[in-house]
Design a binder for this molecule. Sequence first.
Ligand code: F3S
Length: 294
Amino acid sequence: MTVEVAPGAGFCFGVKRALRLAFEAARESDGPVVTLGPIIHNPQVVERLESEGLRVVQTLDEIDSGTLVVRSHGLPGPILDEAERRGLRIVDATCPFVKQVQDRAKELEREGYSVVVVGEEDHPEVLSITGSLERPALVVNGPKGLDSIGEHDRVGVVCQTTQPPERLRSVIVGLLSKAPELKVFNTICEATFERQAHALELAKRAEVMLVVGGRNSANTRRLWELCREATCDAYHIETADEFDPGWIQGADLVGITGGASTPQWIIDDLVAVVESAMASGRTGGGTPPSVGSS
Ligand code: F3S
């Protein structure tokens, strides 16, 4: 029995950067330090930040002074303007790749394109993109969403950074028959692309995949969906506490991956728990475990 962790599992560049900025702000600021919504979609990390003094609020009305750390998903332009108007110090931890999507969408709007965003309508990143535009954008998470699109001469497309490439592709194909002029920016983040590809490659070889990360993390959920589609048993858990040794009974290879907002310590904990279950024979397997990290 072997445990293998998919390469690229866990924190991405944008999340590491956002957390560094948030910890610095919490350490250096005198007044309250807040984020509008959780800085990343991982409850365990948010809890740690709270213990350092960074509070999560839901609206700007909950803070009248201090520092606002803009989370990695970004914020709509009007909310940032309002925060400035209220005199809050702003630490912008928006991932530069998310910023790029916002800029591309604005560019398309300026050039007169009707903007289509491929992504999840209620996801904070998507809200930060559509909320930075002057006119309403159409948000679709597949070609079906295009049924409501009217006759547009010019359609411009951007994509939520963590969407799977097949979804973007299917929307583009759907648009070919609807828009005489189509301009597409492939704004899927490279880290997402690689993480998904590595998870898929491992899921095809493993009998069981454990996908660890926040239940509110869209990219973690997407990893789990991909692993399930790869015909192996796949489980989405938030921490090692939720792992059931019965899941890996009889498996020769157990794969582990984690979303962009999953810290290394949660992945390490899970590896240790799985190893220990294997070693104690609680899974029904008899061979001693080994851990790969390719
Ligand atoms: Fe940024 Fe890509 Fe991570 S968009 S937050 S580096 S998944």
